[in-house]
Ligand binder design. Structure first.
Ligand code: SF4
Length: 428
């Protein structure tokens, strides 16, 4: 039996798919060359944006034409949405909520009676088949209790569940033993991790204390749970990269309240000041990245100006800007979507233009400095590229003739060119 997995969306979906691949392979499945040749095609879906949802519909339609014998499985954010189930009625064979991943073989057996063995296990315990040999996504938990009014994740993934600290530390230790250089601890809200007496700062200390030269990243953190104790611990953990991703979503207090984010714009800015101060002793300034939604219901010109002001004040290194679109079943979907699309696009462009300025100004501090870069691959011109601890994209000049054995290694690069979202330099 063969399988193929199509991943749409965030790193959580990548991590879930790595576990699914290992689960299937440990039960005798092999990876098909492409989705049109596989017996089982799994689509790990995302419901954060309408465009991500539409991609899933398009893939299912294509599969129905090009691979009629395939068992089609939908997992991820759309797997429990009644409206999606109605729309794809008769086209999808198995709807697989993430937390029921270990029932997949049982369900395949029902839909293809002669083909599968049953081996039910808790999906987070499944040893994944990592896509990379140097970066590993390690889920520390799943689900979300926050119910931001625009977000479908708590409905799709359920309430928060966390893995025991010992299990996470053992997985990271094993990865480091196998030569992995970058460990990304993943959850919808890593800061609210709790297992027995271990909270997130304690977990971070335990992982940071593991021997080896490795980079540690977190994804993602909620501003309301970014405590003073956590900021202190982050500053002390030397393996933790100088990059903090903290989703602000809006710079206006009225909109933040309507989004049910449970912090104010002033509190967010105060956190950034504290983080920058706590990590000021590092050799490079901490990079701050964020997510923001434009055109949320009720966001008039005045409210958007507050977001612009926050962007000017914080000077982000990068921001993922989304135009608001209502997600099925959420509280915000019952509000009037009152900002016209054309206005949402204008606001997206305005924030993008401002971001380019702050990102370029921040990147100028890299000029003529030597930084550590984890090389990840080659671009279409054959040059090696990678990223810094601060999540800056770096191209290595004149690297066409340098061997691929440097891919997956941390090297020193002297930066001699900076742009808004990329740096360039030479090997030291
Ligand atoms: Fe969604 Fe808010 Fe939970 Fe993030 S914290 S997953 S935005 S509900």
């Amino acid at each position: 039996m063969t399988y193929y997995i199509i991943v749409i969306g965030c790193q959580m979906n990548v991590a879930d798919s790595e576990r699914l691949a290992a689960y299937l392979e440990s039960n005798g499945y092999t990876l098909a060359l492409d989705e049109n040749k596989a017996d089982v095609v799994i689509i790990t879906t995302c419901g954060v944006k309408q465009s991500a949802e539409d991609r899933a519909y398009g893939i299912v339609n294509q599969l129905k034409k090009k691979n009629k014998k395939a068992t089609i499985v939908i997992t991820g954010c759309l797997s429990e949405r009644p409206d999606v189930k109605r729309r794809l009625k008769g086209q999808v064979d198995i709807w697989l909520p993430t937390i029921q991943m270990e029932t997949l073989l049982e369900q395949i057996k029902k839909s293809r009676p002669s083909d599968a063995k049953i081996d039910p296990r808790n999906y987070l315990k499944i040893a994944p088949k990592y896509q990379s040999t140097f970066t590993a996504y390690v889920p520390i938990g799943n689900g979300c209790n926050n119910f931001c009014s625009y977000c479908a994740v708590p409905y799709a993934r359920g309430r928060e569940v966390y893995r025991p600290a010992g299990e996470i530390v053992k997985e990271v230790k094993d990865l480091l033993g196998r030569g992995f250089k970058e460990i990304v601890l993943l959850a919808q809200n890593v800061n609210s991790y709790k297992s027995g007496t271990v909270d997130f700062p304690k977990l971070l200390e335990k992982v940071n204390a593991l021997p080896g030269n490795f980079w540690l990243r977190l994804f993602s953190s909620h501003p309301k749970d970014m405590s003073g104790a956590l900021i202190k611990t982050m500053a002390k953990c030397d393996k933790l990269c100088e990059h903090v991703h903290l989703a602000v979503q809006s710079g206006d207090d009225k909109i933040l309240q309507a989004m049910n984010r449970k912090y104010t714009s002033a509190h967010f800015q105060d956190l950034i000041v504290k983080i920058r101060k706590a990590m000021a002793k590092r050799s490079v300034p901490v990079a701050i990245t964020t997510d923001v939604i434009v055109g949320f219901p009720g966001e008039g010109k005045k409210e958007f100006k507050n977001t612009l002001k926050l962007f000017k004040d914080v000077k982000f290194d990068l921001a993922y800007v989304s135009k608001y679109s209502p997600r099925f079943g959420t509280v915000a979907s019952k509000m009037k979507d009152d900002v016209p699309l054309v206005e949402k696009k204008l606001r997206e462009q305005e924030l993008g233009a401002l971001l380019k300025k702050t990102a370029l100004a921040n990147n100028k501090s890299y000029l003529h400095k030597t930084v550590d870069v984890l090389l990840e691959g080659r671009n279409r011109h054959g040059q090696l590229y990678g990223k810094t601890r601060t999540y800056k994209f770096v191209t290595l000049e004149d690297s066409k003739k340098i061997g691929d054995d440097l891919i997956g290694q941390i090297v020193k690069i002297k930066i001699n060119q900076v742009r808004e979202f990329a740096l360039e330099g030479k090997l030291v």
